[in-house]
Design a protein around this ligand. Structure first.
Ligand SMILES: [Mg+2]
Length: 299
């Protein structure tokens, strides 16, 4: 099981926002964040609670957003580089736990930043997923294609919105200017919001939450009784994945935010530096835990 806020917490939080809506009032803003933390406690300060559940034999599977989670939010999206220290932390944690990065970006763009081979990648909000060949347990072969990269490595690509991707990849800046009128001509698409963007998405029943379920199934964790998914993200689109974990009642949805905001996440981390510390501690715990198990078996 995981930790989930009481159902009243969201309405409580709305009242907090109303009372502290003056962004220039630093004192009230701090109070707001501190009040918010009562319902969304810092995951680092509650690390032992998370481990106490993981220690009960559940398999941790890690899901990470990219922008604002592994990289800082920057004005130019092409400059949202992951630091070497963060890359090392992700590589280390992925060595111990199945790890996937689910981003709104194109999958190949995320890989160009991260450059780690031991990580699963899901781009375009989970509509473009790549997994190593042979890892798929998913019996639904629809939309799956075997591919070979320039280095001869084989992968399975999963593209549930393949016929829409060329449209998704058009110049978003141009689309934003005329989006309201042009959308009338594309009844198969809808507008959804992200961080400072207006997103055009096909009207298909697919989002980061469904990508999370697909990846769990692909990894062989279709039974939530044996798995402890941890999802870390900062954006509105990550809420779909938080919702899946909350509804399953297993795992830890963790939001990255330095301000109070409405969310279904049960824990929080203040910024990407906190995310990195969390990943490092998670990998260190697993190293020590595995070492302890090995010594116990030998004695
Ligand atoms: Mg993000």
């Amino acid at each position: 099981m995981g930790y989930f806020p009481q159902s009243s917490s969201l309405s409580d939080m709305k009242s907090i926002f109303v009372e502290n809506s003056d962004e220039n009032n630093e004192e009230s803003a701090v109070c707001s964040y501190e009040s918010w933390l009562e319902n969304h406690p810092n995951a680092l300060e509650n690390f032992e609670e998370i481990l106490s559940i993981a220690n009960k034999g559940k398999e941790i599977v890690l899901f990470l957003d990219y922008d604002g989670t592994l990289s800082p939010i920057v004005e130019d999206p092409d400059q949202a580089h992951i630091s070497d220290a963060m890359r090392t932390a992700v590589r280390e944690v992925a060595f111990h736990f199945p790890t996937a990065i689910i981003s709104g970006r194109q999958r190949n763009k995320v890989y160009e930043f991260v450059k780690l081979r031991n990580v699963y990648y899901a781009g375009s909000h989970g509509m473009d997923i790549s997994t190593p060949l042979g890892s798929s347990n998913n019996q639904n072969q629809k939309h799956q294609t075997k591919v070979i990269d320039e280095n001869g490595n084989q992968f399975v690509n999963f593209l549930p919105a393949k016929e829409y991707l060329s449209t998704i990849q058009e110049d978003v800046g141009v689309l934003k200017e005329i989006v309201e009128s042009i959308m009338k001509a594309y009844p198969d698409f809808q507008i959804s919001g992200g961080r400072k963007v207006m997103e055009i998405r096909p009207k298909i029943n697919w989002d980061k939450g469904r990508a999370l379920l697909y990846l769990l199934d692909t990894l062989g964790f279709d039974n939530f009784n044996h798995v402890l998914p941890i999802y870390i993200g900062d954006d509105k689109t990550d809420e779909d994945a938080f919702k899946v974990i909350v509804e399953k009642g297993e795992g830890f949805p963790i939001i990255v935010s330095s301000v109070a905001k409405e969310t279904m996440a049960s824990f929080s981390l203040r910024d990407p530096s906190h995310v990195m510390t969390f990943l490092i501690r998670l990998a260190k715990w697993k190293r020590n835990y595995s070492s302890f198990i090995t010594k116990t078996k030998q004695s």
